[in-house]
Each structure stands twice: as structure tokens, then as C-alpha cells.
Design a protein around this ligand. Sequence first.
Ligand code: NZQ
Ligand code: ZN
Length: 423
Amino acid sequence: MLDFVFHNPVRIYFGKGQMTKITDEIENGKNILITYGKGSIKQNGVYEELMSVLLDKAKSLGKKYSIFEFSGIEANPTYETLMGALEIIHSKRIDYLLAVGGGSVIDGTKFLAAAAKYDKGDPWNILLKRGRGIEDALPMGTVLTMPATGSEMNGNSVISRKSTKEKFAFFSPHVFPKFSILDPTTTFSLPEKQIANGIVDAFVHVMEQYLTYPVNSPIQDRMAEGILLTLIEEGSKIFANRGRDKDRNRDRDRDKDNKQTYLKDYNVRANIMWAATMALNNLIGVGVPQDWSTHMIGHELTAEYGLAHAETLAIILPSLMHAMREGKSEKLIQYAKRVWKVEKIVETDKDKNKEDKIIDFAIGKTREFFEMMGVKTNLIDYKINEEAVNIIIGRLEKHDMTKMGEKGDITLEKCREILKNSL
Ligand code: NZQ
Ligand code: ZN
């Protein structure tokens, strides 16, 4: 195992009705800016519940907050939108930020937390310097409504800039949320598309920290495999049988009923939510090599073509597994055996290229899992054709992503191969 330092200061309140704990966390008299997205929290009751905590419950405790709001933070939050919120922070002397939503709202709020205290010029420098130079930030809490990014329990943030079509990530220990509320019932209003996107994102987070080379780290490996298996199990409860049995009405009706049941199942939501948080709260990534190249290539696809984050990952990961199979072979085989239980299937296989077949099987299963949830795995599914290859290679080169991967061997040539395989 590699050496590591682990510190995660985020207090998690997990379960039904945990929003009431916010008054324990935020001191009396704070000027709070609530940040949110395009309005889902006003339709699913989250906003109402939050207001009753911040106003009524606070009052019953003898606390009084001044509350301000900033809405309209978009999926893939932009610098341009967020600079509007920064003005409010300064003019209203905001001293606590409360992000209510998915990863985009939380990431956007982390940027604001850092930007509010940033005195080294244009806050975009935070992104250009990947978070280096941040010395302080406003305190923030989160109410998570979409399991996916793990942003609720990490110090990462990903921000886009419309004018330059850029999407960069930064990390700072100063932007860890002080607390995060994870109430799985807030996720019942998610469209199926977003549930699927969240599962794919969490799945790929695990893979980026797992699919490298062995360093004798059985705890991290088994935790990673546990998260993957949970995502597959819970995801399959909701999405399995999608589109199958077209001619068999009885089975189709039964599958539909099962799906409806699972869509309303608290435990399914709870397991997906905790799996997504655990996938990127640094725990499984300590002491092991990591490879974030699927994300790096994916960010360029989002910046250029506007694809959702998870859509880009589902396209790139299977092709990357294929192109990098040599360097990653030991972990690929472990993944095939432990996650997809491949042994039973190839036991009788006398073929010389048994290892290759095992790896192909694992790649196929991964692709099948994403497709089963309705997340496509080819660029052409989004009407993106061959000219994208040169465009994305150009972007990666410009952004200095020329030696990615745990061994620095995902060169531009390899990226070209990966992108071509993704068409
Ligand atoms: O705008 P609102 O109304 O909030 O609607 C959102 C949005 O349309 C909706 N939604 C969220 N919760 C809902 C809901 N709709 C109904 N009911 C609910 N309970 O879902 C849509 C997508 O939300 P978004 O926050 O964009 O999704 P996600 O959580 O996947 O975040 C994606 C962003 O996170 C970044 C991505 O790059 C992307 O910008 N990432 C952040 C990471 C991190 N901080 O560690 C790591 C990730 O790899 C990722 O890069
Ligand atoms: Zn991600």
C-alpha cells in the first residue's frame, strides 16, 4: 500500500427528516445565502421544509438568521452565473453558504466560498491554479438532493466557463462542507435519467480509484468492489428489464410493477445515496494509485458538446478499459472476477487468450450495465462523429493532458485510440 494522509471533516446527517439538524450547525445571527438550481427544490417540497427549519424551528430555539437566496445555478455550473452570486455575498455581507441541490449547486457554492475570500485577482484563477493559493473560504453546508458526485463529502469542485468553453476542477481543504444533509426521500422526485446519471458517475469514480495496478490494498479494493456491487444491485432493481420482453405482455407488466415498486423504495434510494458519497469521499482512494483520465477526457466532451457529465463517462470508460488493458490487466481481471463473477462463465474455456476474454467480458458487462440504465456508450448516439477526435485531442493538448493515467502512459496517441473506439 502507498503512504497516505487521510482527513475528512464533513459531518454527515443521513436519513429521513435530518434537515432539522441544520439549526444545530449554523450559529445564531448568521447571514445565510441559500444557493440552488433551476427550481426542482420548489417542486418537491425541499425548499418548504428547509424554510420551516431556518425560520420556525430556529425561532423556537431563540435563533434568528437573515436569509438570502440565489437560484439558477445550472447543471455544469458556470463562472458567469456564479459571479452574480458573488456580488450578493459581498453586498449582503453573507457569512454562511447553504447549497441545496446536486453536485452542480454544491460545486458552484464551493467556488463561491473560496471566491468570497480570494484576494489574488479574478476568481477564475482559482480554477486555473486548480485551487492552489486558496487560503480561506466562507463556511458552507449542503442539503444533497441527487446522489452522484460525492461533492457533499469532498473538497472538489468543477466549474465551466461559457465564454472560453472551458471546464476545470479545483481542490481545496478550505471548501469541505462543514456538514451535509443526506435525506434519501429528497431524491424521490429525480427523473429516471438523473438517477441513472448519478449511478454511472459514482460507478466511474470508483473505477478511477480502483482500475490501476495492485499495490496490496485489500481494504480499499474490497470497499471499492462493495460500492460497485451495490450500485449494480440497486441500479438493476430500478432499471433492469428496460425494453426487454417486448412481446411478452405479462412479463412486461410484471417488470413495470417491480420497477414502480423500486422507484418508491426508500432503501434503494438510501443505498444509492450512501454508495455515491462513499465513492468519492477520499476513503477508497487513499494509499492506491489513481487514474482520472476518463473524467479529464469527459470534461472536454462536456465543454465542447454540452453532454451531461455522466454521459461522457459512459462513453469513455469502456473504450479506455479496452485501450489500456495491458497496463491494467491485473485489476481488470480482479474486477471481472469479483464484480462480474466471470469465473463461472469461462471455466470451460480452453482458449489460449483466456485473460483477454475475461477482460472483454468485463468491458462488455460494464457497457451493458450503463446501457441498461439508458445511458448510451458511443459518441455517435449523440450525433458526434469522427471530427470530434481531433477536436478533443487539441483540447487535451492545450490543457496539458498529455500524460494521464496512473503510469503517465495515457498519451495523446492513446487518447486518440480511446476516442476512435468511442465512436
Ligand atoms: O437545477 P435543479 O432544479 O437543481 O435540477 C437538477 C438538474 O437539472 C436536477 N435535480 C437535482 N436534484 C433533484 C433534481 N431534480 C428533481 N429532483 C431532485 N431531487 O438534476 C439535474 C442535474 O443536477 P446536477 O447537480 O447537475 O447533477 P450532478 O449531481 O450529477 O452534478 C454534476 C456536476 O458535478 C460535477 C460534474 O462535472 C458536473 O458539473 N462533478 C463534481 C465532482 C465533485 N465535486 O467531486 C466530481 C464529479 O466527477 C463531477 O465532475
Ligand atoms: Zn464524476
